[in-house]
Write a protein that binds this ligand. Sequence first.
Ligand code: GAR
Length: 213
Amino acid sequence: MTSFAVLASGTGSNFEAIADAVQSGRLAAKLVGVVSDVPDAGVLAKARLRGITTAVVPREKDRAAHDRKILQALDALPGGRPRFLVLAGYMRVMTSTLIQAFRADRYSRIVNIHPSLLPAFPGVAGYAQAYAHGAKIAGVTVHLVDEGLDSGPICAQGAFSISECESVHEVEDLGKELEHRLYPETLSWILPEKFKLEERETASVRRLCVRPI
Ligand code: GAR
């Protein structure tokens, strides 16, 4: 079974959805640990309650040095460095130190969930950006991580109507509900690497796309 660790900065609701999927057998992979860059992140307490190994690597200014320490923490997990790294609300841009450490042939074995229909609204607060723009549809993207900002190959997306929403909180609630279904389901074919990469090229864009096989 593919091993993976979760890297997270926040409350950890996606971590819980993923851990539940592992526990129930819907996600046939081995969750070997949770690493956080925020010492009091809710995700750490949630992981400890489940008896999952945790590690904290507090943020520091030098992002490459920080990423080297994260790598050391991952190497120290039971079984050593996991095959995949799953970002679940990790709020820092990665340097190539980490990305290259998980490099496969044409992609990196790092997966992220982002709260927008990429390539719209990369960066922080995807749901708030969609709401503030008066967008009628918001969404969620699961993608492989590359050196750019939320720019890696897209694995899966889901969308929902926000035209009736009266606050960003309503958008976030709908979005989280979708994330908790979409992320474990997508990981169930990404982690065993049951996908292929396809290069698509048009006049203005040349991109790698992920397709399940
Ligand atoms: C989620 O909405 C996730 O999409 C977002 O952080 C939240 C984490 O929630 N991720 C990003 O914005 C990544 N750039 P959680 O801690 O409850 O899983």
